[in-house]
Design a protein around this ligand. Structure first.
Ligand SMILES: [Zn+2]
Length: 185
């Protein structure tokens, strides 16, 4: 998938989780860290490809990873998911909420990346070090289907954001009403 499709996938996944399961992340800082981490990790797995957007930025490291573990191998495997799952746990153990929410965002972005890559023709070596590639569909990166998935996800993101905007606007009106009553009486 294109990097922008991965970006949208991570934002959609973290927004959905935020709206359905999390409800309240304690502070604005933690909300920002949660979504930023998700966005960053949405393309980071492709560090294993020297020609990917992230790979081109740090080509020497990307080449090293590519030569040793290959593309869509270790960085797209269940091992990588298990390792990243440790970050939120470390946050809980140390009592750092920022690490917990940042780690959770990072994990969600990474999982969304792997799910989207499972739709691609090359597939993903989910059970690395086993070399077998798994895939759900045979879509080509940068082709029509990739753009269609991107557009659908952008639509779902906009829908969720507008829902959130209505919710916060209603809360603002309630607070405004309470405040005005305070002044009237
Ligand atoms: Zn990938």
């Amino acid at each position: 998938m294109m990097a922008k499709t991965h970006n949208a996938g991570a934002i959609l996944a973290s927004l959905t989780l935020y709206n359905t399961l999390i409800y309240e992340i304690p502070t604005t800082l933690e909300v920002s860290v949660f979504f930023s981490a998700s966005l960053i990790s949405s393309t980071l797995a492709d560090i294993s490809h020297p020609e990917s957007r992230v790979g081109r930025r740090i080509r020497p490291l990307s080449m090293l990873i590519y030569q040793h573990v290959g593309h869509r191998g270790l960085t797209h495997s269940l091992i990588s998911v298990a390792v990243l799952t440790l970050i939120p746990f470390i946050g809980v153990m140390l009592g750092y909420d920022v690490v917990l929410w940042g780690g959770l965002g990072f994990l969600i972005g990474h999982i969304s990346h792997i799910i989207l890559d499972l739709l691609n023709e090359p597939g993903v070596a989910l059970l690395y070090p086993r070399k077998k590639r798994y895939r759900l569909l045979k879509l080509q990166t940068g082709r029509l289907a990739d753009y269609m998935i991107l557009i659908v996800m952008l639509g779902l993101i906009t829908w969720q954001l507008s829902d959130m905007a209505v919710y916060w606007f209603e809360r603002f009106l309630e607070n405004f009403e309470n405040l005005s009553q305070l002044f009237i009486f």
